[in-house]
Design a binder for this molecule. Structure first.
Ligand code: ADP
Length: 204
């Protein structure tokens, strides 16, 4: 299913550009990221990230969707993990999901407030998830918009954190991950990510 999801480069530059330079060469950041709008549970990747709560025992939003699609074996494995602290991440199998693994991370409960704690915790969610991807030798992963639902992290700054943290991580770890998919669910997030990605992942 990954072949059906274009990279950010293909999305934007496949019709060619006047300057003719953008499509030459490889290894640009825009070849390693995608923007996808829809249900994360259908993605056939090495891993999908779950915006879990600290119990890791399921909840609403994307967490509920992932548990429903993965089946009760996911719940059983999660019960053995003793929860997870905010900003940290733990990995399980994907069970009935098309994804091989689920990385459960716990975003900050922001309730509309973005201070240093919320910012650092959300940044850590992305970093610790990517660290697990690397540790497990995985190469493709999708992230939902962590904390922006029930946890109330404002969408715009959450998008900045997601995109900039992933960008830095890819730059610092160039030989691990081949594709990170930003899986947005809402039109507002789609528009926010689209606008920011055209700046952050512009190769030239
Ligand atoms: P949090 O508790 O971390 O705020 P939520 O699950 O409430 O997590 O929301 C996080 C984001 O996940 C929101 O943008 C929400 O719209 C989105 N979302 C909900 N269901 C899905 C799904 N099936 N696939 C991808 N994203 C989803």
């Amino acid at each position: 299913s990954l072949d059906k999801i274009p990279t950010w480069r293909e999305d934007n530059y496949s019709d060619g550009r006047e300057d003719g330079n953008v499509l030459t060469g490889t290894g640009g950041l825009s070849e390693k990221v995608s923007l996808y709008k829809g249900d994360i549970t259908v993605l056939e990747l090495d891993a999908i990230v779950n915006a879990a709560n600290s119990s890791l025992l399921g909840g609403g939003g994307v967490d509920g969707c992932i548990h429903k699609a993965a089946g009760s074996c996911l719940y059983d494995e999660c019960q053995t993990l003793n929860g997870c602290e905010t900003g940290k991440a733990k990995i399980t199998c994907g069970y009935d999901l098309p994804a091989r693994f689920v990385i459960h991370t716990v975003g900050p409960v922001a309730r509309g407030h973005v201070g240093p704690t919320e910012t650092n915790d959300l940044t850590s969610c992305y970093q610790n998830s990517l660290r697990l991807v690397k540790e497990y030798g995985l190469s493709t992963v999708a992230f939902p918009c962590i904390s922006t639902g029930i946890y109330g992290f404002p969408n715009e700054p959450a998008g900045d954190i997601a995109l900039n943290t992933v960008k830095s991580w890819i730059e610092e770890n160039p030989n691990t991950i081949t594709r990170v998919i930003f899986c947005v669910f809402l039109e507002t997030d789609f528009n926010i990510y689209k606008k920011k990605m055209s700046i952050i992942f512009e190769d030239n």
